[in-house]
Design a protein around this ligand. Structure first.
Ligand code: ADP
Ligand code: MG
Length: 701
């Protein structure tokens, strides 16, 4: 069967053998025929045009020259020993260099014979050279074989040094295609191929490696992207469907008197339409009998907390416990302080639990939790560790986080009970296509509307030197009764230096804003929790006007009277972090401001980040830009999630295609959820092939 051949170890391909197999595996993660077949070129080069040595200019580009080797010698000693060839054409000369030399190589090179040399141009001490070039005799046969679209494969330094050049990979691919002959099975049904005008799978896989022209290459790329996205989406949607079928959840039949009472008597504002819609979606899930796994997205300040709280009320109203988990202790305390009075009125027992809770208190909480005396527990990750046991946890709400993984989720789940419903709330929006791909197995709710009356935050980017004007501005705001955050970066590796920056900054602000007229607070991660709380509380109560801090206040903190966010060394923050920080202001009715202070030297990327921040307040747009700048792997650790083995699809460039295919996959599974319709048999059999044997139950019933 086809899949058997494709699963053959790469070692057994002609021309590979154990040593090369080890290298290919270690460097490129190629361990089977299939891995090599799906090792797609990342670009194509024209190997039918040649450079003259005198015309060569730009370094780091690939060049191809026809010439002769006039001289060959070994230079240097020991580790620095290398082989240098003088390569000449009728316009000049260039060095070809091999850093690892051997007898065989030296013997095989012929002097004064015409070669084609190909490789990446380097420049050293003003002299051009090519390291580890591909050398091929210049003759009719070799020239004829060269194409305008020669595939270039990912490579590494080590592979090159060990002689596994691009040409070698090309040869291996050639060998592989011969070995496979016609044995590449189709995995898309004819009706899809026709409808979307797709090449056959076999054809596409050959063309991607050996295109004859641009037109067919485009078609091959399209076909392979289509298949990649299609099967990813089918898997994700199917996983979701199967979970709903299989994983039973607690059924909350009523909305409960707590929710009702809160809604009627204690809600101090009208919910936005988006909040209402999302609550309805959650309510429907909670009543469905299946376990809820929902991701709630909303921009900073869109009002996710109240949705979380009201969802917890539904669980409590049905006789269950609820927990809200936050990324920081500060945020746990903020939620607790916000809800404790209301909870009292509703006769709900609420407690907090964080890493730094006192041992005796922790013990008490744990005891009453297992007895079911606590209705709502708010805390950090401490909630899922060391023997924290609920009597009957009905819903777990994860605030301001999306990295909360499956493994962690399952910690909340006791073998002998049903799993709690899970609501994950993101800190900032996730780009649509990324959400679809990385979280495509979760249900999604979006709050796409801010509470009424919010004004855009005015964002100003300025250099370190214009401080005087800034100080004046801040004083004016304080005069109006407003408060100010000043944030310094604290990034692990350079912690000591950063810490000094923070203290220096605090001192300098203390000089510009002297006591007793002004009061300042400082909060950072190294402080004791009590001290942190004390300082935060003073700021919350408007006893201090300026809060100087590290990013400990990055997410979630909600103090509507604060109207200015000053971000120091802003160039060191990523876009979504900047947006998160800015989101600390603009939470009330007052006009708010964000100052991005950067040093004089900025990278191009940092400039783009600042420009983006200045030009928009929209978290969804910023998320897209962030994805574009950093790539999916760096955002939210999605690389580790293993759900996105995307080899050819680009989450940004292919977003339209992803959306189209998502809809298509949804439609197919809606009509044929188990894929048992004969028309879909190719899809089903391919799914069975690609899904890990131990996970197969997740997909196929
Ligand atoms: P985030 O989505 O960033 O977590 P929060 O839940 O902290 O936002 O809400 C931001 C602020 O908006 C809070 O002070 C909250 O009380 C307020 N808020 C939430 N919903 C509404 C609403 N519908 N009308 C007015 N204010 C609201
Ligand atoms: Mg929040």
């Amino acid at each position: 069967m086809n899949s058997d051949i494709l699963n053959t170890s790469i070692e057994f391909l002609k021309g590979v053998g154990p040593n090369r197999a080890k290298l290919l595996n270690g460097e490129l993660k190629i361990s089977t025929f299939k891995d090599l077949l799906f090792q797609f070129p990342f670009r194509y080069i024209d190997k039918t045009s040649y450079h003259k040595i005198s015309e060569i200019q730009s370094i780091n580009s690939e060049i191809q020259i026809i010439g002769k080797i006039s001289d060959l010698k070994e230079v240097g000693i020991g580790k620095k020993k290398r082989l240098v060839a003088k390569f000449i054409d009728d316009t000049g000369s260039i060095d070809l260099v091999w850093f690892k030399t051997n007898r065989w190589l030296i013997d095989s090179i012929k002097l004064n014979t015409e070669y084609i040399a190909y490789g990446k141009l380097n420049s050293y001490n003003g002299k051009h050279s090519i390291a580890h070039p591909e050398l091929e005799l210049y003759n009719n046969e070799n020239v004829k074989k060269r194409t305008k679209l020669t595939a270039v494969y990912p490579s590494t330094e080590l592979l090159n040094r060990r002689g596994i050049t691009n040409k070698v990979i090309l040869n291996l691919i050639e060998e592989l295609l011969i070995t496979l002959n016609n044995k590449i099975d189709e995995n898309l049904p004819t009706y899809l191929k026709q409808k979307f005008n797709l090449l056959a799978r076999r054809e596409a896989l050959i063309i991607i490696h050996k295109p004859r022209n641009l037109d067919e290459l485009k078609k091959a790329i399209y076909r392979l992207k289509f298949e990649e996205i299609f099967f990813l989406q089918i898997r994700l949607i199917k996983k979701n469907i199967n979970r709903k079928e299989k994983i039973k959840g607690y059924k909350f039949n009523v909305i409960g008197k707590e929710f009702d009472k809160f809604f009627k008597d204690h809600l101090s504002f009208e919910l936005t339409n988006a909040q209402k819609r999302v609550l309805k979606e959650i309510r429907r899930d909670l009543g469905s009998g299946a376990q809820m796994n929902r991701l709630l997205q909303g921009d900073v300040g869109s009002g996710k907390t109240i949705v979380a709280f009201m969802s917890a009320l539904i669980a409590i109203g049905n006789g269950f416990q609820a927990c809200i988990m936050t990324p920081t202790e500060i945020l746990s305390h903020q939620h607790y302080n916000k809800f404790k009075d209301i909870c009292k009125l509703l006769n709900i027992n609420v407690k907090t639990l964080t890493g730094s809770s006192k041992a005796r208190y922790k013990k008490e909480v744990k005891e009453s939790l297992i007895k079911g005396e606590i209705d709502l527990l708010i805390g950090t990750h401490a909630l899922i560790y060391d023997g924290v046991d609920f009597k009957n946890l009905g819903i777990a709400i994860i605030d301001e986080q999306h990295k909360f993984g499956v493994a962690q989720r399952s910690k909340l789940w006791h073998k002998n009970k049903l799993p709690p419903h899970v609501l994950i709330m993101t800190a900032t929006p996730i780009p649509r296509t990324l959400a679809m791909s990385a979280y495509g197995d979760l249900d999604m709710s979006v709050i796409n509307e801010l509470p009424p009356g919010r004004k855009d935050i005015k964002t100003i980017h300025q250099s370190n030197r214009d401080r005087l004007k800034l100080i004046h501005f801040l004083k004016d705001e304080i005069k109006k009764g407003r408060q100010i955050y000043v944030v310094y970066p604290l990034i692990k590796e350079s912690e000591k230096l950063d810490f000094k920056d923070l203290l220096d900054g605090y001192e300098s602000f203390s000089r510009d804003f002297p006591m007793p007229k002004y009061q300042l607070s400082i909060v950072h991660g190294k402080m004791k929790n009590e001290d942190k709380d004390y300082e935060m509380q003073r700021f919350i109560e408007n006893k201090t006007q300026i809060l100087v801090s590290t990013t400990v206040i990055e997410v979630g903190v909600d103090i509507p009277n604060a109207t200015v966010m000053v971000i120091e060394s802003a160039e060191r923050f990523g876009l979504s972090q900047l947006h998160q920080l800015r989101g600390r202001v603009g939470r009330g009715a007052h006009k708010s401001y964000c100052f991005l202070i950067t040093g004089n030297k900025q990278t191009k990327e940092s400039k783009i980040r600042m420009e983006t921040m200045v030009s928009t307040n929209d978290g969804f747009i910023i998320a897209e830009k962030d994805l574009e700048l950093r790539g999916p792997g760096n955002i939210m650790g999605t690389q580790q999630s293993g759900e996105m083995p995307l080899r050819i699809t680009n989450l940004i460039g292919d977003s339209k295609l992803i959306q189209k295919i998502r809809l298509l996959a949804e439609k197919i599974l809606e009509k044929d959820p188990k894929l048992t319709n004969p028309n879909n048999s190719l899809i089903l059999s391919y799914l069975k092939q690609i899904i890990d044997k131990k996970n197969i139950w997740e997909y196929i019933s």
